[in-house]
Ligand binder design. Structure first.
Ligand code: G3I
Length: 353
């Protein structure tokens, strides 16, 4: 919701006018005057999307104004695509792909293989009919093949590292196909299905847990050494507003150390996950802005060829997945009335360099 042509005087004027008409008006935040993120960022800016959002003019207005790339929030995952009878449904992801095509937006496929999603169709596979490995390969070929040329990349494997950072996730995939082999096979198969898509490895808490980060980087190195076509690293960045200064910068520097492109893939900055959020909300909103700024500055400090994209896991507070966890959370750049927050202007300023 950028307001072209609204000069500073007008902004300030309205703030003064606001203060003149009593406490209710005074509590109204001053309108934020900022260029759309996609117009100032020297790399793609993205957000997550659900098919239902495409029917919401308020969502499309903000999204088409601010971003040039979309990541399906859940409808390109096995939970949506794999049916109980083992067939695949593509109505929603086809719609998202068509929307991106018609608006000149990039689309990042998210995600082919995830420890957290193992449909019954795989768990109860009739291996007399088809081997587990072949079913795994067929899924990747079918999904990545279908969107060949329609996606800029894939989060091929999501969240491969164990929560405590000690080793890799245990899942049916690792149990049946090997803890490293199932990952390497996923990259080789995705490349077979789509010769051009970026193939990313994506995980979270890499800014909070240095051991997890080290294990993530070791896995990436091992994939590269094995010849698996890994082409980039995704850091989700679901962080809290009170994250200590410097942790994000240290993470970004480490992630860039392999020379691979880096994707800030699911950024949101929670208020209610921060300690003492009930007592110092105003302070935490300031910290929230500073956390967005540190993330942007750390990303901008990367060599241009390693700045793959910068994705926000939602633009509007009222659509955040975190609301399911706590309705009082306000992690995104547009508030409950779809008004841009100062953090948006701060991000735009950093991206503009
Ligand atoms: O919309 C349907 C609704 O029609 C249906 O009645 C209901 C009950 O089945 O499901 C609703 O869909 C839910 C969807 O979110 C939309 O709200 C799915 O069940 C639910 O599984 C899905 O959750 C998503 C979750 O990943 C699991 O896929 C969240 O939106 C999404 O924000 C979250 O994103 C993950 C990233 O992929 C990976 N990193 C962490 C991040 C947050 O958990």
């Amino acid at each position: 919701m950028s307001l072209p042509g609204l000069d500073r005087r007008a902004v300030l004027g309205s703030a003064l006018a606001l203060s003149a008409c009593g406490p209710k008006a005074a509590s109204q935040p001053a309108p934020v005057n900022a260029p759309p993120l996609k117009t100032v960022a020297p790399f793609p800016v993205g957000t997550c999307v659900q098919a239902i959002n495409l029917d919401d003019p308020a969502w499309t207005a903000i999204a088409l104004d601010q971003v040039g790339q979309l990541t399906p929030e859940w409808q390109m995952k096995m939970e949506y695509i794999v049916q109980p009878d083992g067939s695949f449904r593509f109505d929603a992801p086809d719609r998202l792909a068509a929307f991106c095509q018609s608006h000149g937006l990039g689309l990042l496929g998210h995600t082919l293989i995830w420890y957290a999603q193992v449909p019954d169709a795989f768990a109860k596979l009739d291996e007399g009919r088809i081997s587990f490995e072949q079913a795994y390969i067929n899924y990747i070929l079918a999904v990545a093949g279908r969107y060949r040329g329609k996606v800029v990349g894939w989060d091929v494997v999501n969240e491969p590292v164990a929560e405590d950072g000690e080793g890799w996730r245990d899942s049916l995939w690792s149990q049946r196909l090997g803890d490293f082999e199932h990952i390497a096979l996923a990259y080789r198969t995705a490349r077979q299905a789509d010769p051009d898509a970026a193939l990313l490895l994506n995980d979270y808490n890499l800014e909070y847990n240095p051991r997890k980060r080290a294990t993530f980087l070791k896995l990436a190195e091992r994939l590269l050494a094995s010849g698996a076509p890994l082409t980039g690293l995704g850091t989700q960045m679901h962080v809290a507003a009170d994250i200590p200064r410097g942790q994000i910068t240290a993470m970004m520097r480490d992630l860039a150390s392999l020379g691979l492109p880096v994707h800030v893939s699911e950024l949101d900055v929670s208020i209610v996950r921060a300690k003492g959020w009930m007592t110092s909300r105003a302070d935490l909103e300031r910290r929230q802005l500073e956390t967005y700024v540190e993330t942007a500055e750390a990303f901008m400090a990367l060599p241009a060829r390693q700045r793959w994209a910068f994705t926000l896991w939602g633009l509007r507070d009222n659509q955040s997945w975190l609301k399911r966890e706590n309705a009082a959370d306000t992690p995104n750049l547009f508030d409950g009335q779809d008004r841009a927050k100062p953090a948006l202007a701060a991000l735009a300023k950093v991206f503009a360099g």
